[in-house]
Design a binder for this molecule. Structure first.
Ligand code: UDP
Length: 325
């Protein structure tokens, strides 16, 4: 019998890459999405694949699945700051009600539950790099709290289901990740810089650009999640997944200019409220229990993702020209 996995947010940037990885490993995949912050194109090549089923559903509403489910992966949620700031209540409902529904399914089917958590649970960290043992520094009433606190609540609820019902729980805390299928309008630093550079527009660096992030290429991240999903432990596993190679946002903008060969300028815009000053994963735990570490350097990753952004920017320009004609 093929193993059967359900992924909420399966048409999203990470969700769709994961669907592909699970199908390649022989899983049957049920992909659930409502396209609130994802696009159908992400799963276009998967819809005809054997073992793939798409279910159009909003996870904040209850749902039922026929037959066995061995793994529930909860990836649904707006995840880029402009998206969750634009959808504050929906983001909290996905992290609260959506997680409750996904956990209920996992409990009913005796499935392993994997929650896509985030480095945002550490808020604006006062410890760097951030180990899993760090409790974080989150402003509970700041604008980002709709995402940060929803994810912290989701982690707490997953652990409650483990303690009360013995549910097998895996929680990857996902640090900044980039790769193909990111939306041009996603609003995060990398897609913004790539799109701006390729259109010859100024790159918008928020604040002085000295804040840091650590960017992981999507194939590395997906491999880490896959290993965590299959890790053989009855204990809940909470594990940072990300690339520890830390870079300032200004340096990232310069690297994008270099890789695209763009003559765009860098301009500065106000720093959003509560924007974390530093972010870098401590991945000792992932190395130890999963034997995992990223292998794609930023230098290689930026070159690898470039053709995707070039094509997407070209296609968008063509569509816009057609609309105006
Ligand atoms: N950022 C920026 N210019 C942009 C978009 C983002 O300087 O056009 C900055 C943002 O303020 C943050 C960093 O880049 O310091 C990473 O932001 P992103 O939205 O990618 O994700 P975050 O790590 O904040 O969730």
């Amino acid at each position: 019998m093929p193993r059967r996995a359900l992924i909420t947010g399966g048409a999203g940037f990470l969700g769709s890459h994961l669907c592909g990885r699970l199908l390649a490993a022989g899983f049957e995949v049920l992909c659930l999405d409502n396209f609130k912050t994802s696009v159908e194109d992400n799963i276009a090549q998967l819809t005809s694949a054997r073992g793939f089923t798409f279910i159009h559903h909003d996870i904040t509403q209850p749902f039922f699945i026929e037959g066995p489910v061995d793994y529930v992966l909860h990836f649904a949620s707006p995840a880029s700051p402009p998206d969750y700031l634009r959808l504050p209540i929906h983001t909290m409902k996905v992290g609260g009600l959506g997680t409750y529904h996904a956990l209920g399914l996992a409990k009913g089917k005796r499935a392993t539950f994997l929650l896509a958590s985030t480095s945002e649970v550490y808020g604006d960290p006062q410890v760097s790099p951030q180990p899993e043992s760090y409790w974080g520094n989150v402003n509970p009433v700041g604008p980002r709290s709709v995402y940060d606190e929803a994810k912290r609540y989701a982690e707490a609820m997953a652990l409650a289901y483990h303690r009360a019902h013995g549910l097998r729980v895996r929680i990857p805390r996902i640090f900044n990740t980039y790769g193909t299928r990111m939306r041009l309008e996603d609003g995060r630093a990398l897609p913004n810089f790539m799109t701006q550079a390729l259109r010859g527009e100024p790159l918008t660096v928020y604040g002085d650009g000295r804040q840091t992030r650590s960017l992981c290429y999507v194939s590395d991240l997906v491999e880490g999640i896959f290993r965590l999903l299959l890790a053989d432990s009855p204990e809940p596993l909470v594990v940072n997944l990300g690339n520890p190679d830390e870079v300032t946002v200004l340096q990232l903008a310069r690297e994008v200019l270099e890789v695209t060969g763009s003559g765009s300028k860098i301009v500065h815009r106000p720093l959003p409220q509560d924007d974390p000053l530093v972010r870098r994963p401590d991945i000792c735990k992932a190395r130890q229990i999963l034997g995992w570490a990223p292998v794609v350097s930023r230098r290689v990753g930026l070159r690898r993702v470039l053709p995707y952004f070039q094509k997407a920017v070209r296609e968008q320009a063509r569509t816009r020209a057609e609309v105006l004609a």
